[in-house]
Design a binder for this molecule. Structure first.
Ligand SMILES: [Zn+2]
Length: 166
């Protein structure tokens, strides 16, 4: 059986909860002290997880919920940095390295359907990754056959095509 009463502890009146079956007394944490109490317990357990922090808090307080502790820890900068460093969400950024001209490039199609120039509604842009030179070509459609045909023409007549920097 539970019942609550107030008790003066260190000159401060605190609401306590008595559990007669376990002969235990726990404090009821006022709403305005929630952050500080969870913070202290979380630091005491060395930025432990929700369960460890909750276990520490249950020794003293009866009314701090799992959800409140979980919310606090989700905003803990140290824990989020620790989880990013060692967690599964780590992103590996590996730069693309091109050692010479025509080793690697990027092909983009720009949509000009709203501003067609005669039959041409698309602009194909091939950019070399090594020296950032671009080659542009107007296309009537973005069908794979037309893109491939123009790309092959570009590669065949490479010497005769003028490159310019963007
Ligand atoms: Zn933490």
């Amino acid at each position: 059986m539970f019942f609550s009463t107030s008790l003066e502890v260190g000159g401060i009146n605190r609401l306590i909860k008595l559990d007669e079956s376990e002969n235990a007394i726990t404090y009821v944490c006022p709403y305005e002290d929630l952050y500080d109490e969870i913070h202290q317990a979380h630091l005491k357990v060395g930025h432990g997880g929700v369960k460890i922090t909750e276990k520490e808090l249950k020794k003293i307080f009866s009314n701090i919920s799992h959800r409140q502790i979980s919310l606090f820890i989700s905003f803990c900068c140290f824990c989020s940095e620790k989880n990013t460093k060692y967690g599964s969400k780590r992103v590996v950024v590996k730069p693309l390295i091109s050692t010479e001209f025509m080793n690697r490039g990027q092909l983009d199609l720009m949509d000009f359907q709203t501003m067609p120039d005669g039959p041409f509604k698309w602009i194909m842009d091939y950019q070399d990754h090594h020296n950032k030179l671009s080659w542009l070509c107007a296309l009537a459609s973005k069908f794979a056959a037309e893109v491939a045909r123009n790309l092959i023409d570009f590669l065949k007549h490479l010497k005769h095509i003028m490159f310019y920097r963007i």
